[in-house]
Design a protein around this ligand. Sequence first.
Ligand code: GDP
Ligand code: GDP
Length: 437
Amino acid sequence: MTKPVVAIVGRPNVGKSTIFNRIIGERLSIVEDIPGVTRDRIYASAQWTGHEFHLIDTGGIDIGDEPLLTQIREQAEIAIDEADVIIFVVDGKEGLTVADEDVANILFRSKKPTILAVNKIDNFEMREQIYEFYSLGFGEPIPVSGTHGIGIGDLLDEVVSHFPNIESEEYDEDVIRFCLIGRPNVGKSSLVNNILGRERVIVSNIAGTTRDAIDTPFEKDGQKYVIIDTAGMRKRGRIYESTEKYSVLRALRAIERSDVALLILDAEEGVTEQDKKIAGYAHEAGRAMIIVVNKWDAIEKDHKTMQNFEEKIRDEMQFISYAPILFVSAITKQRLHTILPTVQLVAENHALRIKTNLLNEMLMDAIAMTPTPTDKGKRLKINYMTQVSVKPPTFVLFVNDPELLHFSYRRFLENKIRDTFGFKGTPIRIIVRKKND
Ligand code: GDP
Ligand code: GDP
């Protein structure tokens, strides 16, 4: 599902990130923390009154060593490009500034729906301070206080009322949607060209269905695929090239629309922080994943190189230990033929359903082998387990007391499920419920 994108814009210190955190706050607390992945809080999913959307804090996008005004402008441009609705934040305590007017001019020309939020209106007496902002030309300013959580509901009501009608998913269930993500120059375009070049004859049409990616449907060995390609979209302007975080945003939206994400690494460079971040998002989004090490031709090798490389990747990205690793070269075409079968395999696992009786046989075996833990004299009792959904496979475990299921036993069960049923390439989720008796 393509969700609308909301971007928060405004000069520094008006309270953008405070409002961002306020809007996503509750969600973040329920998401698992992934060890080894620093969460940069510029992009998150959120929802309000049943509307789901993505939220971007453009203030967190690092533009580089530009003069302040240039940075503010470029952030506003990004918001205009990416967002369906813009939240323009100003500071009610400080009042209207030249920089605010500058931002306003850029936003105004874009004709994107823009909601003006006057922040730091911490109490009722301060409400009068919103009036001077009428002159910015965005209609009635909404008074909010990011730190106190005042007015955020009114703001979001206004935001969701401007959401476009986004058509629901464009592809049939049997189509595998996948994307290639990774830093600039790792070889994404070369790989896409190779994958498609070979199949070009049966490419039906090249559809530019969305603004931020080029979708290319094709068929191979009776399987339908769509490549969601973000790489080709990079060449639109300077900021697209220079802003690392911005290419992350692109990748995240592609991940969102995919079943399988191929994380492309450069053999000459190994794993970077940004790779970990993107992988972390794909993991959280519940997508199947493959790690593709490209440019394998470009490094000196002996019989241990591949194994060492693999160990290093596993060590750096333990949270996606389920992802297969392929070593390829877009130039020499080495092992390129393994990519699509692997995509197909992990997509199948991503959609795999296991019958309840088989799960419970496995569960009994597991408990017999490794008894459930006890805490303060009370033993965890697992009644049964059932799979409630796919993409990713999600299991519900009914127990006497969810508190007793510690992390290590949860991981033991996850490993047991994987050992018994496969699930290579896909994250799996285990939800724990108290059994009502
Ligand atoms: P950003 O640079 O626009 O992302 O601004 P921040 O969210 O980092 O906030 C800048 C400063 O304003 C911080 O010291 C915040 O604590 C403060 N601030 C943010 N929202 C409010 C608010 O609603 N009321 C008051 N009084 N201060 C706020
Ligand atoms: P993208 O930015 O991720 O789409 O990367 P490109 O596909 O544009 O490739 C970036 C550069 O890496 C180009 O100069 C390619 O020729 C080169 N390149 C891509 N794949 C390989 C490979 O397998 N081996 C080597 N040696 N170079 C490659």
